[in-house]
Design a protein around this ligand. Sequence first.
Ligand code: NAP
Length: 277
Amino acid sequence: MDVYGLLGSPVEHSLSPPMHEAGYEAAGIDARYVTFEPDDAAEAVRGAAALGVAGLNVTVPFKRDVMAAVEPTERAARVGAVNTVDFTTSPPTGDNTDVAGVLRAFDHHGVSLDGTTAVVVGAGGAGRAATAALAEHADSVRVANRTVSRAHDLVADLGEEETRVDGGDDTATLSAGGLDRLEEWVPAADVLVNATTVGMESDETPVPAELLHDGLAVLDAVYTPLETRLLREADAAGATTVDGAWMLLYQGVEAFERWTGRDAPVAAMNETLREEL
Ligand code: NAP
């Protein structure tokens, strides 16, 4: 039996164990997925390698800490965070599948990101992953954050690197600003990602409804609740909406495929995830 797991704190309410175990069952893989709350995440990765753990996910607050124990992929290095550890290499490889989670969530909804003008609200972990993802395809990515200096730091970090992974000579233009820039940026955007926590605790939105329009595709990284006020108002404006469970699903799907070398049973994983939410 293979053992997979999640490092984080807290992790007791994580949706990853049921989602991944639904995948193993549907794929006929003899494996379990368990959670750990280590004191030292890098040391936990080294210990897991010694124990023969097959793969680890990493969540808050350890996504940067584990970089000391892995060889990061180009995407993980660009984002500056690791959420998936693959032990088939030595040292283990640290990937960031949140980037693929964003790309595959849009793709699932038939949204092409190529050549788009994109806006990301938020400059924390999800904002970094979303910006890195969009920058692989968009012409421009504008990052608006409550704390403006954090948006500038994100753009400085990501903008210094080659942002296109799969070909294309152009790099996306990245820019940063405060939330006041949304008034100008959102009406001109094709794609919008909410990567703030706004909408989680209460029925609030980081983007005023009057800025939303029918040419937009909107991904809300928030997945509790699934239908946030932003998505409700985006839908009313005629926009394409993508809830946060799609990003969560596809970061897990990407990890599953990296670890097992097989196509993930996406429908089974999605069904279980949505039952648990
Ligand atoms: P984080 O690193 O703590 O960043 C939080 C972000 O929210 C920051 O940009 C922060 O702005 C902003 N923010 C917080 N309160 C705000 C307010 N009242 N008004 C405006 N902005 C506010 O968190 P994270 O890990 O990026 O997570 C952000 C959200 O994404 C969470 O809801 C999380 O559950 C979700 N998420 C979803 C997935 C998925 O797979 N669907 C993956 C990762 C995260 P400041 O910089 O000004 O503090």
